[in-house]
Design a protein around this ligand. Structure first.
Ligand code: ADP
Length: 468
């Protein structure tokens, strides 16, 4: 058995839409035709029956008023007037035997139906019959009516004229339908092509991207339709992917750079120690420096992992009730010596108690990063302040301000990015990961961190932590 694969045209959406469009159009036209056809034939039949019935009433009046001879003459005249090939009339006895008729040469195939006569004798006023004359492809509508005591009229009328009207109607319909279905197919194809042209553009862009050009964008045609929405969503997705790819590349460069320096240092130290044939104390010093460098590296790698896991939601913060005021006080006490050594004032203006739910270790780490930075980037004589301007059941806000070097407008949007370090800070120790981690922790708690800074005057980092 061979299963034939549909051709490209057959499997295309435009082709299938056109087929549906033309199919539905043809089907609805056909149904309309059937209804119209049924209506026309019903109207025609009703009109014919009405004519025949009126004639039977006339015969009945003639019989009543002028007798049987007059009826016979009237029948002949009526048949001649209407045309002997259109109408025939027979006058019958109740036995079914004809005693008078119009010229029946053309109608010799029409029999007298005994059952119809029996029905009349049984009490029916009129009995109807439709006879199909196969030889002439003609239909004859026949009425049997009792027009007087013992006198039955059989009157028949050819439906040929009406059949011609219906034939003409059929012909007209078929031609019109063929034209309209052709037109519908053309219009359907045009509309389907127009509708899917946007999708084709998106496919082409996607193909271009798989070939390696992330800069390409799908043209948006400003029609505001579904295709435009798809194109806009696709473009937004591409923007996001491009940003992510750039960030990943940049991060890769930064990681490579930040790993390279300590590794080069460790290698250099080891090489010097080996070539200069150092004493035991020399080896010990080298090993201590190597451990220190390795610790820094491990710390950096662990921080990177922690940021990734916190951002990805893998490390969900533990939700426990903590006294934030107490945590801040502890952090300030821890950093006070460091601040004083640097000649700074560390102020801590916080309420007695402030309960929040969160991850104690993560919050500690976030606070430590912010206070550490404030001390690190503030020169001797300056002040670092940790305050809580808001602490309610719904939201808690912590602000860490300093009178340090501040951050330039150009650097401000980037300081929360991984490994980003402002130029002026490169001489100081640090990895460029502290603020990324702090923000990831704040966000994992449903909050965020914002910053305001004036270069040369200081910075203010504001952490908001909504109630869980
Ligand atoms: P780092 O390890 O370099 O401190 P962070 O991620 O903590 O890394 O900070 C990123 C950069 O933001 C820092 O290199 C520094 O340039 C700037 N920065 C952070 N906090 C402050 C601050 N309080 N004052 C001035 N600059 C700051």
């Amino acid at each position: 058995m061979s299963s034939k694969k549909p051709s490209r045209l057959q499997s295309s959406l435009s082709f299938r839409l056109t087929l549906w469009y033309a199919g539905i159009f043809a089907l609805s036209s056909f149904i309309a035709f059937l209804l119209f056809y049924a209506l026309i034939t019903a109207v025609i039949r009703e009109k014919t029956d009405q004519d025949l019935s009126n004639q039977a009433s006339q015969f009945s009046s003639v019989l009543r008023e002028r007798g049987i001879r007059a009826v016979e003459n009237f029948a002949l005249l009526e048949a001649q007037a209407a045309g002997e090939k259109k109408v025939f009339l027979r006058l019958l006895y109740p036995s079914g035997e004809a005693f008078s008729s119009s010229n029946m040469a053309y109608w010799k195939d029409i029999a007298i139906r005994k059952s119809a006569i029996a029905q009349l004798l049984g009490g029916s006023n009129q009995v109807w019959e439709t006879v199909i004359l196969d030889a002439r492809r003609d239909q004859v509508r026949i009425l049997y009516a009792m027009i007087g005591p013992g006198v039955i009229l059989q009157i028949g009328q050819s439906m040929e004229n009406y059949a011609r009207i219906i034939d003409a109607f059929q012909g007209l319909f078929l031609t019109t339908m063929a034209l309209l279905v052709g037109l519908a197919t053309g219009v359907g194809w045009f509309m389907a092509r127009r509708a899917v042209s946007g999708v084709t553009a998106i496919t082409r862009t996607a193909q271009g991207i798989s070939a390696g050009t992330l800069e390409k964008r799908v043209p948006v045609r400003d029609r505001g339709d579904e295709i435009d929405q798809l194109a806009m969503t696709f473009n937004q997705m591409l923007d996001r992917i491009q940003t992510l790819v750039t960030e990943i590349r940049q991060m890769g460069d930064n990681i490579a750079h930040d790993l390279k320096s300590p590794l080069t240092r460790i290698r250099g130290m080891a090489e010097i120690t080996l070539t200069t044939g150092e004493s035991l104390s020399g080896y010990q010093a080298m090993a201590a420096s190597a451990i220190e460098e390795c610790d820094r590296l491990l710390d950096m790698i662990n921080t990177m992992l922690m940021i990734s896991r916190t951002e990805a939601g893998v490390d969900r913060p533990i939700r426990e009730e903590i006294d934030l005021a107490c945590l801040i006080r502890d952090a300030c006490n821890l950093f006070r010596t460091m601040a004083e050594d640097k000649g700074l004032t560390l102020d801590c203006d916080i309420p007695e108690r402030c309960s929040i739910t969160g991850d104690i270790r993560a919050i500690q780490r976030m606070l430590a990063n912010l206070v550490d930075n404030a001390i690190k980037y503030t020169a001797s004589g300056g002040t670092v302040r940790v305050v809580m301007p808001e602490w309610s059941e719904n939201n808690t806000v912590i602000t860490v301000t300093d009178t340090g070097c501040g951050i330039s407008e150009a650097d401000l949007p980037h300081i929360f990015e991984r490994f980003y370090r402002c130029d002026q800070s490169r001489s100081r120790s640090g990895t460029g990961l502290g603020l990324s981690l702090a923000r990831a922790i704040a966000r994992a708690h449903g909050g965020d961190i914002s910053v305001e800074s004036r270069p040369g005057h200081g910075s203010a980092f504001t952490v908001s932590l909504p109630a869980a």
